[in-house]
Design a protein around this ligand. Structure first.
Ligand SMILES: [Fe+2]
Ligand SMILES: [Fe+2]
Length: 440
């Protein structure tokens, strides 16, 4: 008997997807993640609730790390090709997910992002991990299993916030829900986020009731805080001391909290330059924005641990508003120059906090310093990259810096006497309260 046509069976389930099939699926996941990161980041200045505002960069950073791992894995699987600049057959899916940028209300955005888009992505990751091969494709399992857990948490949080927002905004509730329903149906028409199947080749039409999210002139501010433009008197009054000892503890915590503008600028520039700069920009900007959100939270935590109620604490907007009406490159410039300006002073202040026994301020300042050294690299790299792209459209870094300083100086000069006296009164009562809290 001839054995020439008799073979051992190889139809094991783990052999379902070969190297190129896997790369194709992971590439789809990458573009879905990318669309959602870029679109969600554009919402940051529109979010009032500080918990939600600071969570968006956190989720976007987690997802940007996943997206980066997906991208690197695709390169490994397709070696030596490193071509990954276009969505290809997955364009309808990426285009549809971009639509969360046009949700008509904050509630619709949060629900569209979490309960529709991230849920579909979570289900797709789950399906992939069920059918792929943990042996041959082990590197993918490591980061996708982590991402699956992160997505679960993101979806739960976003669902709670979305319900809260939709309930609070009764006037627009049905508008938001109608849009959400249409968005869900549009995704279902594409077959959700698939593994084996690419979406059908269709032109994605805008979701009825959409409204593009623009860069607002005034960023949304959490009503629990004392809302203002300038958040400490020394900004507009050079006679008011930055302070030492207890004053420095207070000023530093209020400054950290007020890095909220940096979070907003980070979100705006991430999305504004997403289609101009390469993927690495989105990844860096996601980390940058997340870092600033942690700095903001550090200040918030210190103030609340000392016993301050948010209503006592000024939450300003002057740097954000200084960039109104100018090109987004100046928001990048402000984030870079103003945030790294005090980098040299930070170790000095860390030492002062250590000396007075304020371990929390010392600790936060110490970690902040490490983040800022990374941000200095980001600022340099991306201002240079933009200038190299178009010297005409994007001025060199020194010119960007000059204009940023000019814009902020002009904003400071616009402070009214009433604004100044209200701010001095606010700061003075905080200082008095700090004295009481320190003695208690
Ligand atoms: Fe910062
Ligand atoms: Fe920074």
């Amino acid at each position: 008997m001839s054995l020439a046509h008799i073979y051992l069976r190889g139809d094991q389930p783990r052999a379902r997807w070969k190297r190129h099939d896997t790369a194709q699926i992971l590439k789809r996941f990458f573009f879905c993640e990318r669309s959602l990161i870029v679109s969600a980041s554009a919402w940051i200045p529109h979010i009032q609730d500080l918990d939600v505002k600071l969570a968006i960069p956190y989720f976007c950073w987690q997802n940007a790390e996943t997206a980066n791992d997906l991208r690197e894995r695709v390169f490994e699987l397709r070696f030596p090709s490193r071509l990954m600049e276009h969505e290809g057959a997955d364009r309808p899916l990426a285009a549809l997910l971009n639509q969360i940028r046009k949700a008509p209300t904050v509630g619709a955005f949060l629900a569209g992002w979490g309960s529709v888009a991230l849920t579909a992505l979570r289900d797709a990751y789950h399906e992939f991990l069920e059918h792929a091969d943990p042996l041959a494709d082990a590197p993918t399992y490591r980061f996708l299993e982590l991402s699956l857990r992160e997505k679960e948490q993101q979806i739960t949080k976003l669902a709670a916030w979305a319900a809260q927002e939709l309930a609070a905004d009764q006037i627009n509730r049905s508008r938001g829900e109608t849009w959400l329903n249409e968005f869900g149906q549009a995704l279902a028409r594409l077959g959700g986020i698939g593994t084996d199947e690419a979406p059908p080749e269709v032109e994605v039409s805008p979701i009825p009731g959409s409204q593009p999210v623009l860069i607002p002139d005034r960023p949304a501010r959490d009503r629990r805080y004392w809302s203002c433009r300038f958040y400490w008197p020394d900004i507009i009054d050079s006679d008011f001391p930055y302070g030492e000892g207890l004053l420095l503890q207070l000023r530093s915590a209020v400054s950290h909290l007020n890095e909220v503008w940096a979070v907003e600028h980070g979100g705006i520039i991430l999305s504004e330059f997403a289609d101009i700069l390469p993927w690495e920009w989105i990844r860096d900007a996601a980390r940058w924005t997340y870092d600033e959100s942690r700095h903001c939270q550090m200040g918030r935590n210190r103030l609340s641990a000392w016993g301050f109620d948010p209503s006592e604490v000024p939450l300003g907007s002057y740097i954000y508003e200084s960039a109104n009406g100018v090109e987004p490159i100046y928001r990048l410039g402000m984030l870079y120059f103003f945030e790294t300006k005090n980098i040299g002073r930070k170790p000095e202040r860390t030492a002062v906090f250590k000396e007075i026994g304020d371990a929390a301020s010392e600790h936060d300042m110490d970690f902040d310093w490490a983040d800022e050294t990374i941000h200095a690299t980001y600022g340099n790299r991306w201002l240079r990259a933009l200038h190299e792209l178009s010297a005409e459209k994007y001025p060199p870094a020194d010119k960007v810096r000059e204009k940023c300083e000019l814009l902020v100086t002009k904003m400071i000069a616009s402070a009214s006497p009433a604004e100044k006296s209200a701010l001095v009164a606010r700061a003075s009562s905080m200082i008095q309260r700090a004295n009481e809290l320190a003695r208690a």
